[in-house]
Design a protein around this ligand. Structure first.
Ligand SMILES: NC(=O)c1ccc[n+]([C@@H]2O[C@H](COP(=O)([O-])OP(=O)(O)OC[C@H]3O[C@@H](n4cnc5c(N)ncnc54)[C@H](O)[C@@H]3O)[C@@H](O)[C@H]2O)c1
Length: 242
């Protein structure tokens, strides 16, 4: 049993894999973990931009079981798995094929990754961090698949936390608020959506930079959070408090 004197907020030397690591939030998390001394592997669909400095890059299609299993073989055991890849398909989400495509990346992708890395994470007493959303809690009239997938991520996080507990693997999620990334460019440019967001945020709130998520992610990856599993932590500047 660890004594409280052993509380450790460090992720130095940990091997961390971040999906969607070329995207806005994923690359900020990668940079944050590198700054804190972790060894970071980022994944993407195609190397359309350079990986964050100091990170190894791996291409993977997260909707393909074999591809994800091969990724886990190539990288070997890790300490922390962060599933951050995701997409929105505004024009397709009301139709079953578009709906399934979005679920496949966010939700089934989380399960695929967890299964592929289970043994390696167990060997290291590892942690999984999924990325949820404000739409885990609220409806989204134009992106129903995205909202359903993100609500599913909260539920899957709880179920996996129970399933993997005996192996010493903790499973949590972060629900980011409104973050300045390519994914939200369209919403930020729409005055109606922008105003809706700002009205709900506590006074003085605004869209946040992706770097704001690093502190919570590092905490959840460190042994300082060893009593925390199965939860989703909103990092939203108070948006869900209203
Ligand atoms: N930006 C926000 O305000 C916000 C808020 C809440 C949650 N999120 C979530 O945070 C995560 C990152 O979002 P972001 O804002 O950085 O978006 P982003 O578009 O900048 O990055 C998403 C990344 O995921 C990758 N990706 C998408 N589908 C993939 C697939 N099938 N296989 C492999 N990679 C794939 C993309 O290539 C991209 O690099 C997503 O899960 C998103 O839903 C974002």
């Amino acid at each position: 049993m660890l004594m409280s004197a052993n509380w450790d907020f460090s992720v130095e030397g940990k091997r961390v894999l971040i999906t969607g690591g070329l995207g806005g939030i994923g690359s900020a998390l990668a940079e944050g973990f590198v700054r804190h001394g972790a060894e970071v592997i980022v994944t993407g669909r195609a190397p359309d931009r350079a990986p964050p400095k100091g990170c190894r890059y791996e291409a993977v299609d997260l909707t393909n079981d074999a591809d994800v299993n091969l990724l886990a073989e190539r990288t070997g055991a890790i300490d922390t798995l962060i599933h951050c890849a995701g997409q929105i398909e505004r024009e397709r989400e009301m139709q079953p094929d578009g709906f399934n495509a979005v679920l496949d990346v966010h939700l089934t992708g989380a399960l695929r990754l967890a299964n592929a890395y289970r043994a390696g994470l167990a060997a290291n007493g590892g942690a999984i961090i999924n990325v949820a959303s404000m739409f885990s809690y609220y409806g989204a009239p134009h992106i129903p698949a995205y909202a359903a997938a993100k609500a599913g991520v909260v539920s899957l996080t709880k179920s996996l936390a129970l399933s993997f507990a005996e192996e010493g693997i903790r499973v949590n999620a972060i629900a980011p608020g409104w973050i300045r990334t390519p994914m939200t460019e369209r919403g930020r440019a729409d005055p109606e959506i922008r105003q809706k967001v700002l009205t709900r945020l506590p006074k003085g709130g605004d869209w946040a930079d992706p770097d704001e998520l690093c502190g919570t992610a590092v905490f959840l990856a460190s042994s300082a959070s060893r009593m925390i599993t199965g939860v989703t932590i909103p990092v939203d500047g108070g948006y869900t408090a209203a």
